[in-house]
Design a protein around this ligand. Structure first.
Ligand code: HEC
Length: 104
């Protein structure tokens, strides 16, 4: 009986973690790829380690804030939520984490 509960809890955690990863990937593809997939408008390309190194060094919470509120840097303008005001904060943060994961 106890064993079943533990197994169910582990599966629940795995499902939650992969749902979050999927949300990040989907949001990235729908709302971020246009700039971050190609480097358009001066955006740091996802997967370009050199372009992301100093950005990642600022810490996740700074990157989340810049993605949510927008950011004017040396290379261009990052619009708030990538211009997609309809996205939830959680979806935008997941997309940031997804890009950071590709760019380390
Ligand atoms: C219209 C183009 C465009 C779209 C769409 C866009 N970005 Fe950006 N983003 C930029 C540009 C340009 C920069 C770099 C600004 C600079 O450093 O000069 C940037 C920078 C960033 C940074 C780094 C901020 C920092 O502190 O260095 C993060 C994180 C980011 N974008 C997340 C996202 C996410 C998440 C999405 C999708 C929800 C997204 N962006 C969509 C153009 C875009």
């Amino acid at each position: 009986m106890k064993k079943t509960v533990v197994i169910a809890a582990v599966f629940g955690m795995m499902a939650a973690a992969s749902a979050q990863a999927n949300e990040g990937q989907q949001t990235y593809q729908q709302a971020c790829f246009a700039c971050h997939g190609t480097g358009a408008a001066g955006a740091p390309k996802a997967g370009d380690k050199a372009a992301w190194k100093d950005r990642i060094a600022q810490g996740a919470s700074t990157l989340h804030t810049h993605a949510l509120k927008g950011f004017q840097g040396k290379h261009g303008v990052m619009p708030p939520k990538g211009g997609r005001a309809d996205l939830s904060d959680a979806a935008v943060k997941a997309a940031v984490d997804y890009m950071v994961g590709m760019s380390k």
